[in-house]
Design a protein around this ligand. Structure first.
Ligand code: IPE
Ligand code: IPE
Ligand code: MG
Length: 205
């Protein structure tokens, strides 16, 4: 099952605690670690995480460069662990606007995890679904789309691939997301009747 997540709410999580937004992004990276570790046990075979949208370049440059450094640090510190967990890591989105050091970290992480078969982990960085559709770089269909942070919108994420995705929204901010919430979302997913335009399945009527 392919689960996609819009990891929203890092900044508000921090602001509510009187912390700088950067602290929220760091806490968000911890949430990524937790979720990646637990995802296969929830039946997730592909996980796509929205980390930075092409529209996020409009944020203050200090926040943008902090995020770019955080991505590179995450990749360098997690690669061995991910490889050990059988995770195949792929970064999706544009690379030509990313710092050179980040591109190098991406290449190294992708190479080191290329043989993983337990979980396909895609992290979307400088990603725009509209641009991806125009370029024909499409991902597998999404089964379940989760968005944290209270907003109920896609924000240019996987517009094509979510054609029949089940949508699950939570008020919880991304740094507070973990195993319990993922299990709850997957549990609810299995109780939904996916009709794909057909008729209700008998058990659900
Ligand atoms: C999501 O958290 C992470 C990124 C978009 C990089 P935000 O930074 O959007 O947090 P809020 O929505 O401002 O709380
Ligand atoms: C969506 O969050 C992008 C990511 C989580 C990476 P945003 O915070 O950028 O979305 P909007 O601005 O609320 O739509
Ligand atoms: Mg946001």
């Amino acid at each position: 099952m392919h689960v996609a997540m819009v990891m929203d709410g890092n900044g508000r999580w921090a602001t509510r605690r009187g912390l700088p937004r950067a602290a929220g992004h760091r806490a968000g990276a911890e949430a990524v670690r937790r979720v990646v570790k637990i995802a296969p046990d929830c039946g997730v075979t592909a996980l796509t995480l929205y980390a930075f949208s092409s529209d996020n370049w409009t944020r203050p440059s200090a926040e943008v460069s902090m995020l770019m450094r955080l991505f590179a640090r995450y990749l360098r510190s997690e690669t061995a662990e991910l490889a050990g967990q059988g995770v195949k890591l792929m970064i999706v989105g544009r690379r030509d606007r990313l710092p050179h050091s980040l591109v190098k970290a991406i290449d190294a992480a992708e190479q080191a995890t290329a043989s993983g078969t337990r979980l396909e982990l895609r992290i979307a960085v400088d990603y725009s679904a509209r641009a991806a559709i125009r370029a024909g770089t499409l991902l597998p269909d999404v089964d379940l789309l989760i968005r944290t942070g209270g907003e109920q919108r896609l924000s240019d994420f996987l517009l094509w691939e979510c054609a029949y995705a089940e949508l699950w929204f939570t008020e919880r901010m991304w740094p507070d997301f973990g195993a319990v919430q993922l299990a709850a979302a997957v549990h609810e997913f299995h109780s939904r009747d996916r009709r794909f335009g057909g008729l209700p399945n008998r058990e659900a009527v």
